[in-house]
Ligand binder design. Structure first.
Ligand SMILES: [Zn+2]
Length: 525
């Protein structure tokens, strides 16, 4: 029960006055809030533009005007978004994961040098989160994983084709990069196995059925260990206040007379009535009731792997030939969500599929033509995103292994049993790329920006909802709205004061209120 108080740095409040904060580090790990010293102010509970009316989290919530507890500017770290985009690249998508593993390692070093207490990316100096909540969300053993998860650094993780599969693993399933690499290796062994040339046609037909079944079973077996309040663990739709996932595909009518890019979203995108980019608003609507495995199938539905998939009267194909680099689609999506603003992005990290150089030899399966096309599309998108980033002042980083992957086939996995030879080739080329001074410099800038963002966010009340899906419900027995869920402690505290006449948060009532708030805290239900 050892409780030690740690004095934090003073943080300026909105009036420029210092608020000294003291954190309660409870080794038992229950949530504790900072004790305020001196003047306190209440942060504004301004709803996000992308809040969804059909999910009235705080429908009965009426802001109060008297001060309750708060920290420094609560909203600003959340205003601009961080985005991770992953190109398609067949088996070379493995290099995207290796780049991300190196990035998360850099991030870990930076985080721990700034605060040795930051043993996981869920860490907050404001609310002492239980250690168990930093478990890798899909691990089935019970060992704590003091890991740094991409879903804690990015608001959106998007991908096409094999990049789409990785986006599902890191975004929707909230895996660590190491866990995603493990899953990707298992998938690759089954999916990227090239056919013996003399049996190509019959082998492909036979194997595509086996591959489909394998992919389905594999993604059906992976469930987030701790689904949030809004989530059904097998569905693609997830808690909109946590990392969001976008997966690109091509939708076609069954007779193929009409084809259009389609975005699978883990959140609702309500049709935008006023945007000038309305023509590029991809399939706006509530998020559909797709299951995670269906989205995985649709984004990787290349003829070489599985063939198309029919879902709800439409047919879906892999989008590698059209939007292999999804960055522009995602920039457009964020702009539409933000009411047409192009200034809603802070950092965009785009990782290529190792196709940076166009001179690919024709392979016996998934040949040079497709590779050339993917490469050209990705390069054009890269140029346009560069211009966008300059015009709208966001940090844009593009990492793509430029040399050494040209002759690794899209569906090469050698030897069949382990893929060890292919893995080594991809690993060597990625290591060489990451050692380059210009790449290293870009890499560091990106890691620093992401750590800065997370560190600022972790000092806000909203962090625990984003990081581990926390919600609060009223612990009072006679509550007139017992099913209401509150997104943070302040909202529940305001409700307790308004509805149940609790005393304001002053030194005398501090512990009493914290106990009540802890009672109402829930990570998933
Ligand atoms: Zn109540």
């Amino acid at each position: 029960m050892g409780t030690a108080s740690v004095r934090e740095d003073s943080s300026p409040n909105e009036h420029g006055k210092a608020v000294q904060l003291e954190s309660k580090k409870d080794v038992n790990g229950s949530a504790k809030i900072l004790r305020p010293h001196g003047p306190v102010h209440r942060f504004s509970n301004v709803p996000e533009k992308e809040m969804y009316p059909e999910q009235p989290l705080e429908a009965n919530y009426t802001p109060i005007t008297e001060p309750s507890i708060g920290t420094f500017d609560e909203d600003s770290p959340w205003a601009k978004k961080t985005i991770l985009c992953l190109d398609g690249g067949g088996v070379r998508g493995y290099s995207s994961l290796l780049i991300l593993r190196a990035l998360m390692k850099e991030i870990q070093t930076l985080e721990r040098s700034e605060d040795p207490n930051a043993i996981s990316s869920a860490y907050s100096p404001l609310v002492n989160l239980p250690l168990e909540n930093s478990l890798d969300s899909t691990s089935n053993d019970n060992k704590p994983n003091p890991g740094y998860l991409p879903c804690h650094y990015f608001d959106y993780i998007a991908g096409t084709s094999t990049g789409g599969l990785i986006a599902i693993l890191l975004g929707r399933l909230r895996m660590s990069v190491d866990k995603a690499i493990e899953e990707y290796e298992m998938l690759s062994a089954k999916v990227f196995e090239a056919p013996p040339s003399r049996l190509k046609r019959s082998w492909t037909k036979y194997n595509s059925i086996a591959r489909r079944e394998y992919l389905r079973e594999h993604f059906e077996s992976m469930r987030p260990m701790r689904p949030s309040y809004f989530e059904k663990s097998h569905q693609f739709k997830s808690d909109p206040f946590r990392c969001r996932t976008i997966v690109c595909s091509i939708k076609s009518t069954k007779n193929k007379d009409f084809q259009t890019p389609f975005l699978f979203r883990s959140y609702d995108h309500i049709k935008n009535a006023v945007s000038p980019n309305i023509i590029l608003e991809r399939n706006p609507s509530d998020s559909h009731a797709f299951e995670i495995w269906q989205v995985a199938r649709a984004t990787s539905a290349a003829p070489s792997y599985f063939g198309s998939i029919n879902l709800f009267d439409d047919r879906y194909y892999d989008a590698a030939e059209d939007i292999n680099n999804p960055s522009l689609e995602v920039i457009n999506e964020i702009s539409l969500i933000s009411g047409g603003s192009h200034d809603a992005i802070d950092v965009l990290l785009s990782i290529g599929g190792g196709n940076a150089h166009g001179n690919m030899p024709k392979t016996k399966f998934g040949g040079g033509g497709l590779l050339q096309e993917m490469t050209t599309i990705s390069a054009v998108v890269h140029d346009r995103v560069t211009s966008e980033s300059k015009a709208h002042f966001f940090a844009y980083h593009r990492l793509d292994v430029e040399e050494g992957l040209q002759d690794v086939g899209l569906i090469e996995w050698k030897p069949k049993s382990s893929g060890a030879r292919t893995i080594k080739r991809i690993k060597d080329a990625t290591d060489r790329y990451l050692r380059r001074a210009d790449v290293r410099s870009q890499f560091l800038q990106c890691a620093e920006a992401l750590v800065r963002k997370r560190t600022q966010r972790a000092q806000t009340m909203r962090w625990e909802c984003f990081a581990i899906g926390t919600r609060y419900k009223c612990p009072e027995k006679d509550c007139p709205s017992p099913n209401e869920r509150y997104q943070n402690r302040n909202s529940l505290m305001d409700h307790l004061r308004m509805q149940h006449d609790h005393a304001p948060l002053d030194a005398e009532h501090f512990e009493e209120m914290q106990t009540l708030l802890d009672k109402g805290r829930t990570c998933s239900d």
